[in-house]
Design a protein around this ligand. Structure first.
Ligand SMILES: Nc1nc2c(ncn2[C@@H]2O[C@H](COP(=O)(O)OP(=O)(O)O)[C@@H](O)[C@H]2O)c(=O)[nH]1
Ligand SMILES: [Mg+2]
Length: 348
């Protein structure tokens, strides 16, 4: 079966990844070398480096081999991005693990943000970049003792807020020093995240939540002003196509599953002759209820007028049609579930 590259499978992989940890953020001081580090880690990445890079206001994402992403954030403590905007950006990103990159002394703004990261229960690691340029002006301290001084500075600054002992990873994006260690850490990190992704991918809850989301979001595409026309002409193939393509299910997939074509029309026919109706008010309420439970809708506001025009045409015709549409949607949902059940979580 061709489940590996099936568009539905690709979409589901993305859905799962977006709901599980799949990224590591590089944040920290402006000009510390965040973008340079990403370029060093991912030779194919072209993160923009240089003096004015921190005018970049948005975080940039770079694919990590096999699984995950490295996210290049703008610098902390610039005029372009205020601290509160920065916090919002972190919150919106949903990233659980960060590398905080330094290229010079810890500042008040750094501390503010680090405190925030811990408050938000983020995993934070520290990098001291440009270790190649770390020289003692008096030339009487060895590199080891300079590193020791930096580590001590970090520990002293963090002590009031963080119980764990935190050390710098000393690296240089220029000479490559420490990059292998960083790569090892990232590998371990992404492997752990990938395990979570695998479990989630195969969980019944995640599949159900994806399929329900699809059912919910196809609704506005079906209940458009054109629906009245479709129902009165009893030509449902447009709706069927809309539903299939929304689920990214192809005609062949449907045939494989049913060995016959399901159709809205067949569903309508199975329901038998509709009763004659007396009360439009009651029928309207019934239709709303059917739609509510079928689509788990919170608000029917956007389709009120569509429902209104269905009622106008006489419910005896609209009712079975709406139920036929719901049944067909459930058929396609079952086909989609079948495809996902047989698919592999292979990410990239
Ligand atoms: N000496 C030295 N310079 C570096 C290193 N990493 C980055 N730089 C330079 O520092 C400047 C800022 O780098 P960039 O990656 O844009 O920093 P960002 O603002 O944190 O993304 C650039 O001119 C880089 O060439 C390093 O490890 N050593
Ligand atoms: Mg940058």
């Amino acid at each position: 079966m061709k489940m590996i590259n099936h568009p539905l499978v690709k979409a589901y992989r993305k859905f799962v990844a977006n709901r599980t940890p799949h990224a590591v953020g590089f944040i920290g001081q402006p000009d510390a070398g965040k973008s340079s580090l990403i370029n060093k880690l991912l030779p194919k990445a072209k993160a923009y480096t240089g003096v004015h890079t921190d005018a970049t206001l948005t975080a940039q994402s770079y694919d990590y081999p096999i699984y995950g992403e490295l996210i290049d954030f703008p610098g902390v403590g610039t005029e372009e991005v205020t601290l509160s905007q920065y916090k919002k950006m972190i919150k919106a990103s949903n990233i659980s693990t960060f590398y905080y990159v330094f290229g010079s002394k810890i500042r008040e703004t750094d501390m503010e943000l680090i405190k925030y990261l811990y408050k938000e229960k983020k995993e934070v690691h520290f990098i001291y970049n440009k270790v190649d340029a770390m020289v003692d002006v008096n030339h009487d301290d060895s590199l080891e003792s300079l590193k020791h001084t930096k580590d001590t500075e970090l520990k002293v600054m963090l002590r009031p807020y963080i119980k764990e002992q935190k050390d710098y990873l000393f690296v240089s994006a220029l000479t490559g020093e420490g990059i292998e260690t960083l790569q090892q850490q990232l590998k371990t990190l992404f492997e752990a995240q990938y395990q979570v992704y695998l479990e989630q991918y195969n969980s019944a809850e995640m599949k159900e939540s994806y399929l329900n989301y699809k059912v919910n979001s196809v609704f506005p595409k079906l209940f458009t002003p054109a629906l009245k026309e479709v129902i009165s002409r009893e030509s449902y193939s447009v709706l069927e196509r809309t539903i299939r393509s929304h689920f990214r299910v192809e005609a062949d997939d449907v045939y494989d599953k049913f060995h016959m074509w399901p159709s809205i029309e067949k569903h309508i026919a199975q329901q038998g002759k509709p009763e004659n109706t007396f009360s439009h008010v009651m029928d309207f309420a019934k239709m709303v209820q059917i739609l509510r439970s079928a689509f788990k809708l919170k608000s029917l506001n956007p389709i009120q007028s569509v429902l209104g025009s269905l009622i106008e045409m006489g419910l005896s015709q609209a009712f079975p049609a709406v139920q036929g549409i719901i049944s067909y949607t459930n058929d396609i949902k079952a086909v989609a579930k079948n495809i996902i059940d047989q698919s592999t979580p292979l990410y990239r």
